[in-house]
Design a protein around this ligand. Structure first.
Ligand code: RBF
Ligand code: MG
Length: 316
């Protein structure tokens, strides 16, 4: 896949284009990309995804609490996995946001990217003050001679798929649902940093403590996970996101105990794939009691992971 940063490129073949933020690259997005690929094949053109960095909301509303599901780096790799020919990453600035919807279509999609077909989700809006919508696109399509497809909402388990639905599932700790919507396991990547050291000394369950790169982290609690160590392999694990109340901590920590693994990972970046939520984090009366519970977590995680077939995203 070609990745073009910015809007300059000299030669464009005929293209079928979709525009959006595509945070999470969930199965609704994947379905749009499949459609774009089919149409591109039909017209012998290229499939193109136009997306933005940073996320427009972060530029236009500086204090907005929006937390993203995927990093831009992962988003591009996930789009590539869908088989798209070209991703255009437009640097989103305040100036860019001033472009009227109609000008965006004419000057960028048509004149620059040679769009013959534009595909959007049913609720997509674009251009200055979000004035561009599916009706305007259809009108412009008639005027300038390009095709427009508006894809219907995609439902799973009676819920409309959206990035917001994925975010909410993660924040509620509903990993099963988030994974169902994503079509893969939600993951976080993080560099392994020094923790309190209690894991190995007091509990006998050493943990790798992470600083997550992703903005969204699932709700506090204990999870059955799979852990990918780059250039090595993917192993089973149990993760804890929380404040370790048994030890009276205050700071949130993200840690994972990896099964069948003894090496030191300090300074390495690892990927944790969330498979299932096992329980809330609790304040136990003693480290011994916590230790017994972790042993139980591990047994349950082994059971869950044995049966699990959730797809993993392994491209680093
Ligand atoms: N700490 C708690 O205070 N309460 C818990 O319920 C708890 N559950 C955990 C479950 C697992 C699977 C793991 C790996 C850790 C858990 N911890 C919990 C965190 C533990 O206190 C921490 O790993 C050590 O204090 C070392 O930082
Ligand atoms: Mg640790």
């Amino acid at each position: 896949m070609q990745v073009i940063k910015g809007i300059e490129r000299l030669e464009w073949e005929d293209t079928v284009i979709t525009i959006g933020n595509f945070d999470g690259v969930h199965i609704g997005h994947q379905r749009i990309f499949d459609y774009v690929k089919r149409k591109a094949n039909q017209i012998n053109g290229k499939s193109v995804v136009v997306t933005f960095h940073p996320h427009p909301i972060k530029v236009l509303f500086k204090d907005h609490p929006l937390k993203l599901i995927t990093t831009t780096e992962d988003k591009i790799k996930l789009i590539e996995k869908c088989g798209i020919d070209i991703t255009v990453l437009i640097p989103f600035t305040y100036e860019f946001a001033q472009i009227e919807a109609e000008d965006f279509v004419r000057e960028i999609l048509l004149q620059k990217f040679n769009a013959k077909w534009v595909v959007v989700g049913y609720d997509y809006r674009f251009g200055k003050e979000r004035k561009g919508d599916k009706e305007l696109l259809k009108e412009l399509g008639m005027r300038y001679g390009f095709k427009v497809s508006v894809l219907k909402a995609y439902k799973k388990k009676g819920k409309i798929l959206s990035s917001t639905a994925v975010r909410n599932a993660l924040i509620e700790g509903n990993i099963k649902e988030a994974n169902l919507f994503l079509g893969r396991a939600y993951h976080i990547d993080g560099e392994v940093v020094k923790g309190a050291g209690r894991g190995s000394s007091i509990l006998g369950y050493p943990t790798a403590n992470l600083i997550p790169k992703q903005e969204i982290v699932p709700k506090e609690g204990v999870y059955a996970v799979k852990v990918t160590i780059p250039h090595y392999k993917t192993l089973r694990g149990v993760a804890n996101i929380g404040k370790n109340p048994t030890f009276g901590n205050k700071d949130l920590s993200y840690e994972v105990h990896i099964l069948d693994f003894k090496e030191n990972l300090l300074g390495k970046t690892i990927r944790v794939h969330f498979i299932s939520r096992l329980r809330d984090e609790k304040k136990f009366n003693s480290p011994e009691e916590l230790k017994l519970n972790i042993a139980n977590d591990i047994e349950r995680a082994k059971e869950v992971l044995k049966r699990d077939r959730t797809k993993l995203f392994l491209d680093f």
